[in-house]
Ligand binder design. Structure first.
Ligand SMILES: [Zn+2]
Length: 337
């Protein structure tokens, strides 16, 4: 992927400063705006052996070919197993790919840094997302960050920089990448072939790369079934739980979380952020719930996000969430005769 239009100016600024690049760099900004693509493209410009006059990579030299094929000997990209392009799924095994960057992945760095460069140029290590470093991996990384040999560059990418070790952050030059304005994000998604990007952008809090992944019918079909179910006049938590039992649990939690956020926002501010296509239903539901229990429900969902990949009993998990939600709804007052 190339540099996204909203990052072009920042990219050119960085290229112009390439000769003064510090050895440790932290790129951070909202999730889903193209930070990893930015970091990869910049890594390629560092490794390219005949950059164009602007400093960008040529795309033609041997180094560029290796980089694009994922085989450049002086480049390492470190990410959680779950993000690797070819997940190593053992057949018939339930073993989930790790969401963390582990110490084994970091332990190999001193060897990589210690040997001389294969191409006689710089070495580049891209770590994405840096918040996936578990605590022992982060501590091991600190040693490598401290005093790397000349022409060794670290590019850390993060959408949760507050959760990084302060000692890691303090060793890095920080670069904030901004997301696009909604109109620019929508224009880009249209250029990628997405017909009606506005709702997908609303769903993702204006994160175009995440919105792009929502370009599939199944996602919208499942979401609508769930939302119509909870908004229906004869909402029945157990029946709906049965209907959505095979939906991805993290997705169900996320939809309910966005719904409850909108409920609270509608109640206090009269605005809706994530589900503009369910305006009327949200307004009706907001009139039926009390603020405090709604806030409590929302907070519970945020906490559930942490264990959402490993529920002991998925069916029960969904049932409990929907029963909690049903508990928020006060019976509409019957019109007085
Ligand atoms: Zn090149």
């Amino acid at each position: 992927m190339n540099i996204l239009p909203w990052h072009q100016a920042e990219f050119e600024r960085l290229l112009a400063d390439k000769a003064r690049l510090p050895h440790a760099n932290l790129l951070h900004g909202r999730q889903g705006i193209g930070k990893a693509a930015f970091a990869r493209t910049f890594a390629q410009t560092l490794l390219c052996e005949s950059p164009v006059p602007s400093g960008a990579a040529c795309g033609q030299c041997a180094a560029c070919h290796w980089f694009e094929a994922g085989t450049h000997p002086d480049f390492r990209q470190i990410e959680p197993e779950s993000l690797a392009e070819t997940p190593t799924e053992e057949q018939g095994s339930d073993k989930k790919a790790s969401q963390q960057i582990t110490i084994e992945q970091i332990r190999v760095l001193p060897d990589f840094i210690g040997i001389s460069s294969h191409r006689g140029g710089p070495k580049v290590i891209l770590i994405h997302p840096a918040e996936a470093l578990n605590i022992s991996a982060a501590n091991a990384l600190l040693k490598s960050l401290e005093e790397p040999p000349a022409h060794t560059y670290f590019l850390l990418v993060s959408h949760r920089p507050h959760s990084l070790l302060p000692t890691i952050k303090s060793r890095c030059q920080q670069l904030v990448l901004q997301g696009p304005a909604p109109a620019a994000a929508a224009a880009w998604l249209k250029s990628q072939g997405m017909a009606n990007p506005e709702l997908a952008l609303a769903q993702t809090g204006n994160s175009p790369l995440i919105a792009l992944q929502l370009d599939n019918e199944e996602y919208w079909r499942q979401r609508n079934t769930l939302l119509k179910g909870i908004a229906s006049a004869d909402f029945d938590a157990l029946a709906l739980a049965e209907q959505v039992r095979d939906y991805p649990i993290p997705q169900v939690v996320s939809w309910l979380q966005k719904w409850s956020y909108d409920l609270i926002s509608q109640k206090f501010l009269g605005t809706i952020r994530y589900n503009p296509d369910h305006n009327a239903a949200l307004a009706a539901a907001a009139a039926q719930v009390d603020a405090l229990p709604a806030l409590r429900f929302h907070r519970e969902l945020v906490q559930l996000q942490r264990i959402v990949n490993h529920p002991l009993n998925p069916r029960l998990f969904i049932e409990q969430m929907l029963i909690s939600y049903a508990g928020l709804l006060v019976q509409p007052q019957r019109a007085a005769a």
